[in-house]
Design a protein around this ligand. Structure first.
Ligand code: PGA
Length: 261
């Protein structure tokens, strides 16, 4: 299959870390001091909502983007929705990207495909890009159901009306659930096969999705990132644990982009 040139991304998902605002600020400040500009990289960090404004302030005038980990399903705007943060509010503070459908949200919040459709629409309506996370469980992997599971998760894109006018606002992150936070990673060749299949599936939805970046996530670190970066089919990485220490994240990102060159 012919490879299309796409943007490459290294994204740090901070999850519910670190424990204090002071620590979040110091992580952001350490990252800010690293010279990523020279490699002209698409780097993004995704702090918890509590720390967003502070990290946004720190990253002002740097090339590092700041995204959020979720947007409200209940409404895309303001109103009586206790505990929710809407896409409109995120956009208003300058957040331009959100994760949607991370496996931890699917598991702990029972997020359904119907809810994910609304979340993606809410984000796009507010001019935000979406990193849609998909992936199979260990049982599904062992039963060789990976592609079926991924097709089912990707099929929601067919329902998203504003997508055809926002094709550049979509990133897919393939994250096998069994690889997240476990130190286990699939063979790069397995990831490549899956990514080619995702690419083909996206084309079947809309031929203009050919340039949609497809990232790998799950136990990526500074030591294994090169093997993923070497593949033409892996357009970036979504990093959890290894994004919480500035030095490690910086060496991971630099290795990724140096290998891609
Ligand atoms: P991990 O998390 O890098 O700690 O495995 C990845 C993710 O959940 O996005």
């Amino acid at each position: 299959m012919q490879k299309v040139i796409k943007n490459n991304w290294v994204i740090g998902n901070w999850k519910s870390n670190p424990s204090s605002l002071t620590q979040a600020k110091s992580l952001a400040n350490e990252l800010k001091c690293i010279d990523f500009d020279r490699i002209n990289a698409q780097i993004m960090v995704m702090p918890t909502n509590l720390h967003l404004t502070s990290v946004l302030d720190t990253m002002q005038d740097t090339s590092i983007l700041v995204g959020c980990q979720d947007v409200s399903f209940t409404s895309d705007t303001i109103g009586a929705y206790t505990g929710d943060c809407s896409a409109e509010q995120m956009n208003a503070i300058g957040v331009k990207w959100t994760l949607v459908g991370h496996s931890e949200r699917r598991t702990y919040h029972q997020e359904s495909n119907e809810q994910l459709i609304v979340k993606i629409e809410n984000a796009l309506k507010n001019n935000m890009g979406v990193v849609l996370c998909i992936g199979e469980t260990l049982t599904e992997y062992e039963k060789r159901q990976t592609l079926n599971v991924l097709h089912h998760q990707l099929a929601i894109l067919k329902e998203i009306k504003p997508l055809k006018n926002n094709l550049d606002k979509l990133i897919i992150a393939y994250e096998p659930v069994w690889a997240i936070g476990t130190g286990k990673v699939p063979q790069v060749s397995e990831v490549e096969d899956v990514h080619q299949n995702i690419h083909k599936y996206l084309l079947s939805i809309n031929e203009h999705l050919a340039k949609t970046p497809i990232l790998y996530g799950g136990s990526v670190n500074a030591d294994n990132v090169e093997s993923f970066a070497k593949s033409d089919w892996i357009d970036g990485v979504l990093v959890g644990g290894a994004s919480l220490i500035a030095d490690k994240f910086s060496s991971l990102a630099k290795t990724f982009f140096a290998t891609k060159k």
